[in-house]
Design a protein around this ligand. Structure first.
Ligand code: OSB
Ligand code: MG
Length: 369
């Protein structure tokens, strides 16, 4: 197949409530939605880069720029989904931009051949257990009310965002109020190794894991922390490739791995990380980046692979959005169904897409003469 080019829309979706992490506070998700045009038909992608380089170095305007100036020009001529990463390898970094382009090409290829994302990736489940990521709040009663609401909806696991000053007390309050629920926390790099004794105060609460307590480049610090606290450590930001996952495991820096396709350059690399972790007996789970129904469809398909041993941040669409760009993902007995149709198995509502589109660009593939 050949890629003619990619139409990139910048869309803005208001969140149903502000989402606060140790990195900042968000009220709107701005996303790049990609529509690849190929000789096999069209395919959809989603770029999860955020407005600012706070979770990682990438940011939305930079992602669009690198797609336009470097990624699309490298994708002329005969092309399959496996060739995308190979063609883009000489361009350093920018995994979220690369992942979005690969996703759109892969979707076109799968739609063209009738295979679903789940079928292609190796899904072994038709629905996946759903967890929910709960932001930092101003007061504990507000947090308890939010968690009570999610549990009432059926979420099977609660993840609390933490930072210095909002860690032991909220965890204690949630444990005391809700008892033996599946509970974990995510620090988004907010601590240092010198905080190890403080973090050990979380040990009595039997958390499933603590996600990315230390800076992303501090693998040795995480390895030391693994040895000094009882709560399992799970890396997110640090795991940028299958090789990085293998290194973190070899160093004893992580007991569990969060897999996010955007962070690692695509769904194919995400599957390799799954395979590396399974080979080492390390459980994995599916992270999220507030995806619309497009990215959510692919994440849910990935989460249906056999090594995904813990519920993911694969919440229903209404966790973030009053209206999604696709038919909404919903919770049924705490699970989200894996789409079965060709490719992503979902498509955006064109009228709604037009309503939320701020700007549209056409990026032709190959070097234009
Ligand atoms: O660290 O997992 C994270 C959202 C944006 C950036 C980083 C993270 C998150 C989440 C939300 O925790 C996950 C989701 O529900 O999509
Ligand atoms: Mg995280």
């Amino acid at each position: 197949m050949e890629l003619h080019g990619i139409e990139v829309r910048r869309v803005a979706l208001p969140l149903v409530a502000p989402f606060r992490t140790s990195l900042g506070r968000q009220t709107v998700r701005t996303a790049l939605l990609l529509r690849a045009q190929t000789t096999l038909g069209e395919g959809w992608g989603e770029c999860v880069a955020e407005d600012d380089p706070s979770y990682c170095a990438e940011y939305l305007d930079g992602a669009l720029d690198v797609m336009r100036r470097f990624l699309l020009p490298a994708l002329g001529g005969e092309l399959g989904a496996y060739a995308v990463a190979e063609r883009l390898a000489p361009i350093k970094g920018h995994p979220m931009a690369k992942a979005a382009v690969e996703m759109a090409v892969l979707d076109a290829q799968l739609r063209g051949t009738g295979l679903s994302f789940g079928g292609f990736l190796g899904a072994v489940r038709s629905a996946v257990p759903a967890g929910v990521s709960v932001g930092i709040m101003d007061r504990i009663p507000e947090l308890l009310e939010a968690v009570a609401g999610y549990l009432a909806q059926g979420y099977l696991r609660i993840k609390l965002k933490i930072e210095p000053g909002w860690d032991v007390e909220p965890v204690r309050a949630v444990r005391e109020r809700f008892g033996d629920i599946d509970l974990q926390v995510d620090a988004n790099t907010a601590y240092q190794l010198r905080d190890a004794r403080h973090l050990a105060k979380l040990d009595p609460f039997d958390l499933l894991l603590i996600e990315q307590p230390l800076p992303e480049d501090d693998l040795l610090g995480h390895a030391a922390l693994v040895r000094s606290i009882r709560t399992p450590i799970c890396l997110d930001e640090s795991i940028t490739s299958a090789r990085a996952a293998a290194h973190a495991i070899a160093l004893g820096a992580t007991s569990v791995v969060n897999i996010k396709p955007g962070r690692v350059g695509g769904y194919l690399e995400a599957r390799r990380i799954h395979d590396v972790c399974v080979a080492h007996g390390v459980p994995v789970w599916a992270g999220g980046m507030l995806e619309t129904g497009l990215g959510r469809a692919a994440n849910v398909a990935l989460a249906a692979l056999p090594g995904f041993a813990l519920p993911g941040d694969t919440s229903a669409s209404d966790r973030y959005y009053a209206r999604d760009v696709t038919a909404p993902f919903t919770l049924v007995d705490g699970h989200v169904r894996v789409p079965e149709g060709p490719g992503l198995g979902v498509a955006p509502d064109q009228d709604f897409l037009d309503e939320i589109t701020i700007a549209t660009d056409w990026l032709p593939a190959g070097r234009q003469r």
